[in-house]
Design a protein around this ligand. Sequence first.
Ligand code: PBG
Length: 321
Amino acid sequence: MFPTTRLRRLRQTEPMRALVREHRLAAHDLILPIFVDEAADAPVPIAAMPGVARIPLAGLAREIEAIARDGVRALMLFGIPRQKDAIGSDSLSATGLMASMTRIAKDAAPELVVITDNCFCEYTDHGHCGVVQDGHVHNDLTLENLGRQAVVAAEAGADMVAPSAMMDGQVAAIRAALDKAGHAGTPVMAYSSKFASAFYGPFRAAAGCDLQGDRKEYQTDPMNAREAMRESAADEAEGADWLMVKPGMPYLDVLARLRQRTDLPLAVYQVSGEYAMLKFAAQAGALDEQRVVRESLGAFKRAGADVILTYFARQVIREGF
Ligand code: PBG
């Protein structure tokens, strides 16, 4: 008790503060999501995400080399295909965008950990994450396609697949499909606690998802933390190698709670809307971008994340921590 205890004793100088710092960020904590546009012939800036642009497929190799040179260690790939249809068949083809962008990324920088976002919303003309039947996304028909899509990604060289469709049983279906196709060594990073969030707003424009309706039938209600625990427990039981909480900043309680319950590695996704909030506030002069970004990433580490998916990854790694 004061005056015997004085917490300020350990805060007097930066070297002293560094000795008692509980968490640190490094390049290996961060995964950079990127958008690859098959039809574009120049980078397409995303208005709601200043500093982020869709990368034309034709320039992907060069961009990946630059990203790797900047020190980024891991990427999550999102594709915007030329061809969209009712089931997202482009992503099920060995010559489609998911396969080609994965191959190009691995060829350009073999040491980068390349992860594919496995879902259908960017590949379907209705923008839903699976097969629509009678106005609803059909769970089990979608599972079969998710398994096929994961195999396509693995055959193209993906180091890890990350199912984000929020279908029941998707991890088990993907694990079984990968194993059967000879990819027992490919890990599954499950978007396990994924909420039906308005914070995905800018992503929908970035990824060209013209969604009719919403995803409330398959994504978790933002009011439900216990349900998010059940989702993650189900994915763990189905064989997920990683769990994930998404979005990040508005769901730190979920992240901290999940950390208490699982020994699996845990990822958190600082989504497009979180990026936009910080960027626009900084552009308006309201916040110090460098500091506020690092503080937000530190919050994820404190809450228990092992890795963070963030659109700030390249910038932060380039600037230093
Ligand atoms: C695909 C997917 C989405 C995001 C990542 N994967 C969109 C969604 O679920 O609507 C959002 C990422 C972001 O907002 O940055 N299903």
